[in-house]
Design a protein around this ligand. Sequence first.
Ligand code: T3D
Length: 263
Amino acid sequence: MNKDVVLTEIRDGYRVITLNRPDSLNAFDASVHAALGAALSDAEADKACRALILTGSGRGFCAGQDLSAVAFVPGQKPDLTITLDQNYNPLIRRLRKLPLPIVCAVNGVAAGGGANIAFACDIVLAARSAKFIQAFAKIALVPDCGGTWFLPRLAGSARARALSMLAEPVSAEQAEAWGMIWKVIDDANLMAEAHRLASHLAKQPTGALALTKRALDASENNTLDQQLDLERDLQGVLGRAPDFSEGVNAFLQKRAPRFVGGM
Ligand code: T3D
C-alpha cells in the first residue's frame, strides 16, 4: 500500500487525515481508497483519538475519481458498480457511521465524489477560494458518493437538480448561504479554525456526539414517533455513561466538565 497518498498527523486528542495527491487535485485511485481506509481504521482503534480533520494537500481538496485510472479496455464496457460497491459506498457509509466527529477542511476545489465526500463529514469548513462542483454530468454520470441524497437535503430540491444537471461550481460563500456547509473561512485561517474545532470537539462528550450522528442520520427515514423512541433509547445508553454524570456535576459545581468520551 502507498501510504504517502494519505497522510496522518496525530495531535492531542485528534488526528488530521490529509489526501495527498496534489498533482491530480487529490483524485482517488485504488491506492487512496486503501490508504484512507487504513487511516480511518487506525483512528477508530486509537482510544486517544476523539475527533478527525479531513483535508487535502495543495490547491485542491479532492477532484473525485482519478479519471486517468478508469480502465477502458477495448471491446469492453467499464463496470462502474464495482468501484462504487467496493470503495466509494463503503467510504461514505464509514464516514457517516464513524463514532468520531469529522471536521472537513475544504482547502480548494471539491469536485465529483470529492464534493460528496466533504458533504458526508459532520462539520464542513471551506476556504473562501474553494468551490464545490457536481462534475458528474460533464462525464455523463449521475452524482454518486451520496450526492443525490445529500444535495436535496442540504441545498433543496431545485438547487440539487440544477447543480447536478448543469455541473456549475458553487462558491464556498454560496454553499454557506445555501446551508450546504457550516462556515466559510479566509484561506489563511482555514486550518487554524479546523484545528480549533477538532481540539474543542475532542474534549467534548464524544460518545454523545457519536450517537448524535446516528440519530440525525436515522431521522432522514424515521417518523417522529420512531425518532422519539430512538432518542429515548440513546438517552438510556448515555444516561448510564460517565460523561453524563460528569456534565451534570460540573454544571452544579460551576466548573468546566472533564469529559472522557465513550458510552
Ligand atoms: O469509478 C468511477 O468512475 C465511478 C466513481 C465516480 C466518482 C467521481 O468522482 S466521478 C467525477 C470525477 N471527477 C471529475 O470529473 C472532475 C474532473 N476535474 C475537473 O473537472 C477539474 O480538474 C476541476 C474543476 C476539479 C479543477 O479544475 P482546474 O482548472 O482548477 O484544474 P485542472 O487544470 O483541470 O486540474 C489540475 C490537474 O489535476 C490536471 O493535471 P495536469 O494537467 O496539471 O497534469 C488535471 O488533469 C488533474 N485532475 C483534475 N481532476 C482530475 C485530475 N486527474 C485525474 N482525475 C481527476 N478527476
